[in-house]
Design a protein around this ligand. Structure first.
Ligand code: 13P
Length: 260
């Protein structure tokens, strides 16, 4: 039976694009999607750097494009002496209600821990925001047979900070670190196995049927169909291929073919 979970295709731009480039992308993407706007589209999420959040949000509104704008990170505290940080209140002030949390690049280069990821997730939910929480094993974990254990630890850390009622509101992205930016996509059945495992861990806390679980790591138009055909993969978190309107649209188009 097909799931009732609405698919999500999210583009994480990472540290790319000026405001001008962001506005041009938003317009170009909408020009491609608009002719299909009557069809049931996935939720389309664009995650620009902080500096282009308002550009993407206002450009989308001006175009009447139903794009969701998401931040790539945020601080868990509301305010304080934390130089350089951006709080949930500040994102809400810009009208931003979605946020990526715990991306592996944040864990790897900016010392994010399971604990800080859990705190940020709790903060997002407290403020009525939708967190896209990233989990994923490193190559060494996979080679050592530790994938399931690492994923369990990362997912359970987040679950300690949230209530069962919040489960339909969180989005989890399974991003195996070895598949990010490498062109080595995880085999679709294996990605599905891990996404199903994540759903199983969540189900121990409450109803996991509405929680959307995405796959991320070298998602491209030509592998989207196989990934999106899987039972427990509800969408994609896309890096490199989200930087060009053509390839991001190609992914959205493939997702529509499978899950529409
Ligand atoms: P790539 O699609 O470039 O592998 O990046 C994935 C990613 O990190 C999305 O958050």
């Amino acid at each position: 039976m097909a799931s009732t979970r609405r698919p999500i295709i999210a583009g994480n731009w990472k540290m790319y694009k000026t405001t001008q480039e962001a506005a041009a992308f938003t317009k170009a993407l909408w020009e491609k999607i608009q002719p299909h706007a009557g069809a049931s589209l996935p939720e389309i999420v664009i995650c620009p750097p902080y500096t282009a959040l308002t550009t993407v949000k206002t450009s989308s509104a001006d175009l009447k494009a139903p794009f969701i704008t998401a931040a790539q990170n945020m601080e868990s505290r509301d305010n304080g002496a934390y130089t350089g940080e951006v709080s949930p209140l500040m994102l809400l002030d810009l009208g931003i209600r979605w946020v990526v949390i715990g991306h592996s690049e944040r864990r790897q280069y900016f010392n994010e821990t399971d604990e800080s990821v859990a705190q940020k997730t709790g903060a997002a939910l407290k403020h009525g925001m939708t967190p896209i929480v990233c989990v994923g094993e490193a190559l060494q974990d996979r080679e050592n047979g530790l994938t399931d254990r690492v994923i369990e630890q990362q997912v359970r850390a987040v679950l300690t900070q949230i209530t069962a009622a919040a489960l339909p509101k969180i989005v989890i992205a399974y991003e195996p670190v070895w598949a990010i930016g490498t062109g080595k996509v995880c085999d679709a059945t294996e990605a599905n196995r891990v996404c199903a495992l994540i759903r199983h861990f969540i189900s121990e806390y409450g109803n996991a049927e509405q929680t959307r679980i995405l796959y991320g790591g070298s998602v491209k138009p030509d592998n989207t169909h196989a990934l999106m055909s899987q039972s427990d993969i509800d969408g994609g978190l896309v890096g490199g291929a989200s930087l060009e309107a053509d390839s991001f649209f190609g992914i959205i188009e493939q997702a529509c073919l499978v899950k529409a």
